[in-house]
Each structure stands twice: as structure tokens, then as C-alpha cells.
Write a protein of this length. Structure first.
Length: 467
């Protein structure tokens, strides 16, 4: 859709000529994220500076019923920031301040465009810890993390974004500004609007400030890489570690191709891998007492030795630890550089991981595609990269969607669900009927209508096309 000059003039009056863009190059730049090769340029890109400007923009959008899509760092993998109905692309990049680090109450107040890693490093300098660490933490923003309820490697011990959000300043679609909760650790006052906003994928309101909980920083960790001769046994070992009474701070699964492709993609990392190795677990324990951590590491070793494993690699130095984490965090990018692919974000109870992995491989054989699997095994979150390879374009278009639906059906049958941390967005919405009944979906849509009766805010996301 094209916006008439009157609307452009109103938007310009709000943000100034410097921060409004209608040229094709800029629109294309803000029209994609990391979701496959989709490009949906907005009609105009607007860069507000604060909640008041966003409120004024949304009032215009609501009055004229213009689709408006909040746009963050564009690192998402579900198409949540794509302007699929054009309209206004609301770039949040100017709201990028860490407003206050409250050392007394272990809280931090931030704007949405603060890079996650920048926040982690800023609070670490004060002896504090913000645990949420998506693989893209060096580029993703806090606002997007909240919108998608992002997780990461350390979710297994510390939880995901929702566990750290205390209060949010939000601009509603009609332009009103509210705070959703209180800056307290406990709050039983009315409906929990804060947690309703977390994971709502920019469909209910625009987050302009967040008050986040912090933890004291742990000073020590032990990191080990365990090679398995059988991928299914690597998955089985995950549940066995927890049953032995150990809660790792991270427990990551990588099957063979994931590591091979990553080592080819990332320079400067050398890890001995034998042809017989089929999967690896990257396991970390953390705390303040090295002797306790070594006891936990020894107990983990006694558990994994019950399976067919090779020699365990312990990272002795910070450089070695950083190299192992760089390898793990580079898997998605390495797979993307190797082939056209589709990434699905499955999650099941961790004991079901072996069944999920073997089922995915059987579905791939049935429909003629290969998959590369890795992810946060400690909390049952398995990323499935479906590889085009030498598949024909026709099979890629016809067989893969059938296979994806079967993967999600399998996931739900194992008491899991469609997404652990990437969100539903644009690309997964037509699989929502697998996880939810029509009653569920209608309840969700009714919530959307209460917040956004004109359906202007990030339309076309989450809900199946037929609902």
C-alpha cells in the first residue's frame, strides 16, 4: 500500500525529516530479518525517539487504519518483524539507552534497542548477571527478546526472558502509554499484563522501556565437550544428568553435521573429531566454589560414561571456553552459509528428545530432505535445520511443508509445542492448529481485538490465515 502525502506529512511532523524514509533501498533494508529469504518492505520507515513520538505515530496509524510493524534488530527467525501488509515500519533503533542499573534492588531499566550482550557486559561490570543469552546476543535487542520471549543456552538453569521482566512501559495501538506492572519481585494485583506482553510478538503493544531483574554474578564455571558415538544416546544422556541431581548452567546438543559445517565456517577453532563421532554435548556448570563445580563435573562424567562416548574435552582456559562457545553460537550461521534451509524450533520435555530426534530423521527420509539438528537440549529445545541440498525446487516447495507439519505433529504428540524461543510470527502461523484448538485460537484473537480493535499492530502474525 502507498501512503498519501497527508499521512507522510503527519508522520514527518512527529519525528522530523531526518527520521522518515520512503526510498526503496531503506525500505528493503527494514523489510527483512533472518527468516529465510523473505523481504516485505514497509511503505515508509519511521524512527521515533521516545514513547511520546511512538504514541503520536500510533494515533495516526489507528485513525487511518494503517498496518504498523515494530522493527527491532531484525535477527528473528519467525518473520515477526516483516511488514507483510506494508504500511509503517516502526524502527526502534533510537531507543537504545540503559537508563538505570539499580545495584541495591538488583534491577535494570532499559530501552528496547539495547543490545543484549551490551546489557550483560554493563551489569557484569557491577558484579551483576543478566542470564538470558540467545545465540545472537551480540546483535539482538532486549525489546525483541521480550517480544519473542527469547531463551538461550543458559535457560536450562536460569530460565528465559519472561523470568526477568518485572515491568514494561508500553504504547498501546490507540496511542495510550501504560506501565504493565510494578518493580517488585511479587505482584498479585490484577491480571498479569506484563507477562501477557512478553512473547506477544509486537501484536498487542510497542515496548518502550523494560525493568528487568538481575542476579549476583557467579565467578567460576567448568565447560566440557562430550563426543558420543550415537546421537540418540547423546539425547538420552541429557535426562540422565538431571536425574543424577545435577542442574547444568548450559547443556547443548550438536549433531555431527552441525559441528563439521561450523568448523569449516569459523576460522581458528580446532577440535579433534573422529569419523565415528555422531553428536556432542557441550555442558557447563557454574557457581562460586570451584571445588563444588569439580565435584559436579565428575558426577556428570560418571553419568555420560554409561554411554558410548570418546574422550571428554575439558576447556582449561578462557580462550578454550570462548572457542567452544563460539563454535556453538555459530552453528545457525554456518548452516545458512552451506545451503538454502528452513529452521524449525521444536521443544519437548527433555526425556522425549531421543524420540523427537529419531522421528525427525524418519520424516526427512519419507519426504526426501536432510536435516541438521542442534539446540538447547537441557530444556528440550531442538532446532531443526531442513537442508535443501540437491532437492528439486518442486520437492522443496511441496514435500518440505508436509514434512514440517509432520515434525510439529510429532512434537505435540510428545507433549511438546511448536516453538521454544523463536516465536510463531509469519512462517509458523499456519501450523498453530496442531498445538491449539479453535477455542484456544479464538480466545487469543479476542485478546488481540481488545488491545487492537482495528488490527493495525503487526497484523498477519501468530494467527492462522483461516481463523
Amino acid at each position: 500500500m502507498s501512503l498519501n502525502p497527508e499521512i507522510i506529512q503527519k508522520l514527518t511532523a512527529i519525528v522530523g525529516e531526518t527520521f522518515i524514509f520512503t526510498d526503496q533501498e531503506t525500505r528493503n533494508h527494514y523489510g527483512h530479518d533472518e527468516t529465510e529469504d523473505y523481504v516485505f518492505p514497509p511503505s515508509v520507515v519511521v524512527k521515533p525517539a521516545n514513547a511520546q513520538e511512538i504514541a503520536a505515530i500510533l494515533k495516526v496509524a489507528n485513525d487511518y487504519k494503517i498496518p504498523t510493524t515494530p522493527i527491532g534488530a531484525r535477527t528473528g527467525l519467525s518473520g515477526g518483524a516483516l511488514s507483510i501488509y506494508e504500511g509503517i515500519g516502526l524502527s526502534m533503533e533510537r531507543l537504545n539507552k540503559i537508563i538505570e542499573i539499580d545495584e541495591q534492588n538488583l534491577q535494570v531499566t532499559v530501552e528496547p534497542a539495547v543490545i543484549t550482550q551490551v546489557l550483560r557486559e554493563a551489569v557484569a561490570e557491577k558484579g551483576l548477571f543478566y542470564p538470558v543469552d540467545p545465540s545472537s546476543m551480540g546483535s539482538c535487542w532486549i525489546g525483541g527478546n521480550i517480544a519473542e520471549n527469547s531463551g538461550g543456552a543458559r535457560a536450562v538453569k536460569y530460565g528465559v526472558t519472561k523470568d526477568y521482566v518485572l515491568n514494561l512501559e508500553v504504547v498501546l495501538p490507540n496511542g495510550e502509554i501504560i506501565w504493565t506492572g510494578a518493580n517488585t519481585l511479587k505482584n498479585s494485583t490484577g491480571y498479569n499484563l506484563t507477562q501477557l506482553m512478553v512473547g506477544s510478538e509486537g501484536t498487542l503493544g510497542v515496548i518502550t522501556k523494560a525493568v528487568l531483574k538481575l542476579l549476583p554474578k557467579n565467578n567460576h564455571n567448568v565447560l566440557m565437550l562430550v563426543p558420543f558415538y550415537k546421537a540418540n544416546e547423546a539425547c538420552e544422556a541429557v535426562s540422565a544428568i538431571f536425574r543424577a541431581g545435577i542442574v547444568p548452567s548450559a547443556l547443548e546438543f550438536m549433531e555431527r553435521d552441525a559441528i563439521d559445517w561450523t568448523l569449516q565456517f569459523v576460522e581458528g577453532i580446532s577440535i579433534p573429531i573422529k569419523p565415528e563421532h555422531q553428536a556432542h554435548l557441550l555442558i557447563e556448570v557454574d557457581g562460586n566454589y570451584p571445588e563444588v563445580l569439580m565435584q559436579e563435573a565428575e558426577k556428570i562424567l560418571s553419568v555420560v560414561e554409561q554411554f558410548e562416548i570418546d574422550e571428554v574435552l575439558f576447556a582449561d582456559t578462557e580462550d578454550e571456553k570462548n572457542a567452544l562457545w563460539k563454535m556453538r553460537r555459530s552453528v545457525a550461521e554456518a548452516v545458512k552459509s552451506n545451503s538454502v534451509y528452513k529452521e524449525e524450533d521444536t521443544v519437548v520435555p527433555r526425556y522425549m528428545l531421543p524420540e523427537l530426534l529419531s522421528g525427525i530423521k524418519k520424516i526427512g527420509e519419507k519426504h526426501g530432505f536432510k536435516s541438521v539438528c542442534y539446540g538447547h537440549a537441557g530444556d528440550g529445545n531442538l532446532h531443526v535445520n531442513i537442508i535443501k541440498g540437491d532437492m528439486t525446487d518442486d520437492n522443496w516447495q511441496t514435500q518440505v511443508p508436509l514434512g514440517i507439519r509432520e515434525i510439529f505433529e510429532l512434537t505435540v504428540s510428545l507433549k511438546g509445542t511448536l516453538s521454544g524461543e523463536h516465536g510463531i510470527g509469519f512462517v509458523q502461523k499456519n501450523f498453530m492448529d496442531i498445538a491449539f484448538s479453535r477455542t484456544h485460537l479464538e480466545l487469543m484473537e479476542s485478546i488481540k481485538r481488545v488491545f487492537d480493535p482495528n488490527n493495525i499492530l503487526n497484523p498477519g502474525k501468530i494467527f492462522p490465515d483461516e481463523v
